[in-house]
Design a binder for this molecule. Structure first.
Ligand code: AMP
Ligand code: MG
Length: 351
């Protein structure tokens, strides 16, 4: 398939012709990768059951793993659901447009291919101006998961999308580097108390402050074990994973630093190509290892923004093993560590 790549500048007026072209592709049943504030999305018409099938095929994604429907106005909730919980309007007023996805009951207008056969639908109103304009211009809603091949880290740069999906979709809109770099927070509103199914930039603390009690899906930080199964189908798959084995070291910074150095040195001695993923504070003094610094330890936003790109860079460098520093799980750290531990298959060493 011929994939068109078009750059946009961020100025919504001069970007209009590109967005118009993308909207037309979506109306015609095609697929377009576009920037949002969280990660790049791979979009198709949310009311076209076949477009959803094309998204699953382009990503190599299991079709029981539902897509997020992107809307342009809060009122669009009522088009997708006949039973919008009051909580959804409250959260929408406070956090939309923005990186929060809500799970609500779906109505018959939403194709079951989009929801992976579930009777609920995931909905988000993004804040990225080009993403919103694209939805408006398409005159429909846009079903979009992240624009990566299934199993690979989510794309935070246009080059990541090109690497994974060039030749598999109709168009890629290059909007430069993504602002947040982690997928949206997913909150399930179908029960009495909201439950976070996937942590993200909108933190559990912020949600609690806004609406009171908010729980965390117990499967999130532990991985799938025994009866504990994540409620978001996507969270059960191996995800965000670099090709090399990733081991996370957790503890006081001085102890982590010491263990990282000894484990890296030992692996180098064994003739392995070693990657190290750390804060700026711990990034110095590694010999013969590929060191990627994610940012200063207390700058969670910077760390979040660089994580997926770092995992992709290690793939490119073809390292055999990666040692990573664990970060605090406060605030956005909860989302950062959720992604890192999933990428590590929950291999964590406490020192
Ligand atoms: P992605 O945007 O690629 O990260 O994928 C969307 C995420 O939303 C996946 O983890 C899905 O499992 C999750 N999701 C979408 N729809 C639902 C739903 N109705 N119930 C629970 N999780 C959902
Ligand atoms: Mg994804």
């Amino acid at each position: 398939m011929n994939t068109i790549i078009e750059k946009i500048s961020g100025d919504i007026n001069s970007d209009q012709p590109v967005l118009q072209k993308a909207a037309q592709i979506i109306c015609d049943g095609g697929l377009v990768a576009f920037p949002t504030e969280t990660v790049y999305g791979l979009g198709g018409d949310a009311f076209d059951a076949q477009a959803a099938g094309r998204i699953y095929a382009a990503k190599g994604r299991p079709s029981d793993n539902p897509l997020i429907v992107h809307i342009a106005n809060i009122g669009d909730l009522d088009t997708l659901s006949d039973k919008v919980p009051d909580m959804a309007y409250r959260l929408a007023d406070m956090f939309w447009p923005g990186p929060l996805t809500m799970i609500i009951p779906k109505n018959s207008k939403v194709p079951s291919t989009v929801t992976g056969g579930l009777d609920t639908v995931a909905v988000r109103l993004p804040s990225h101006p080009a993403a919103r304009r694209l939805i408006e211009l398409s005159g429909t809603y846009i079903a979009a998961p992240s624009a990566n091949l299934s199993g690979r880290p989510s794309p935070t740069k246009a080059s990541h999308v090109i690497e994974d999906l060039f030749g598999r979709i109709d168009m890629i809109i290059d909007g430069g580097d993504i602002e947040i770099g982690l997928e949206s927070t997913i909150v399930d509103l179908t029960g009495d108390v909201p439950v976070i199914l996937r942590p993200g930039f909108v933190t559990q603390e912020a949600l609690k402050k806004a609406v009171g009690n908010v729980l965390l899906d117990p499967a999130l930080m532990t991985g799938v074990s025994g009866d504990v199964r994540p409620k978001a189908p996507g969270m059960k798959y191996r995800h965000y994973a670099p090709r090399a084995e990733l081991i996370v070291i957790e503890g006081r910074p001085s102890a982590v630093s010491e263990r990282l150095r000894s484990m890296a040195a030992e692996a180098v001695l064994q003739g392995r190509k070693v990657g190290v993923m750390v804060s700026e504070e711990l990034s110095h003094g590694f010999d013969n290892a590929e060191v990627i610094c994610l940012g200063r330890r207390n700058n969670e936003e910077e760390i979040a923004k660089h994580l997926f790109d770092a995992l992709r860079q290690f793939d490119e460098m073809q390292v055999d093993i990666i040692f990573a520093e664990a970060f605090s799980q406060e605030g956005i750290g909860q989302a950062v560590m959720n992604r890192m531990l999933k990428a590590a298959g929950h291999r964590i060493i406490k020192v």
